[in-house]
Design a protein. Structure first.
Length: 163
């Protein structure tokens, strides 16, 4: 059972609530920021996503994960909060050169064109994502998305190590 104060906080910004859940989960994993490589890295990501989905389901009282809002193509977004018009993509590899950034942007546009309200695309990633998304190519895509589709983009980093 979700208490009234928790329900109000979730209603204000479920994406922020999801980010807090992800941050809490990442902080409990001492090797979260370690590069594990193929295989081990895939298993670690799968376990993280499974645990995040379970925590989110418990917190929200409904499953907002793996929403198929992009039409009949089988694409789905990591999380979708319809009332807020917010898609959340947990893109842990966003700091890397090759990622699914462009595909996630495309899914947001497709979802909007299919009639789902989409006003915000939130990325949750590892450290370095903000810097990478400030580079000219990604900045151009973010600006295009805002100007042509009225979808804002936010980048949030998990598990930032203290220096």
């Amino acid at each position: 059972m979700i208490d009234t104060n928790t329900r109000r906080a979730i209603a204000r910004d479920p994406a922020q609530t999801l980010l807090s859940l992800a941050q809490s989960l990442a902080s409990r994993r001492p090797d979260f920021l370690d590069t594990k490589g193929p295989g081990l890295g895939d298993h670690a990501t799968t376990a993280f996503m499974r645990d995040l989905r379970a925590r989110a389901l418990k917190r929200f009282g409904a499953d907002h994960a793996e929403q198929k809002i992009c039409g009949p193509n089988g694409f789905c977004v990591d999380y979708y909060f319809r009332k807020e018009g917010t898609i959340v993509e947990v893109a842990l590899g966003l700091p890397k050169k090759t990622t699914e950034f462009e595909r996630d942007v495309l899914k947001a546009v497709m979802a909007k064109e299919q009639g789902s309200p989409v006003r915000r695309l939130v990325f949750i990633s590892k450290p370095g994502a903000i810097k990478k998304c400030a580079q000219p190519g990604r900045t151009a895509i973010i600006n295009w998305l805002s100007q042509n589709h009225r979808i804002s983009v936010e980048i949030h980093e998990l598990g930032v190590r203290a220096v």
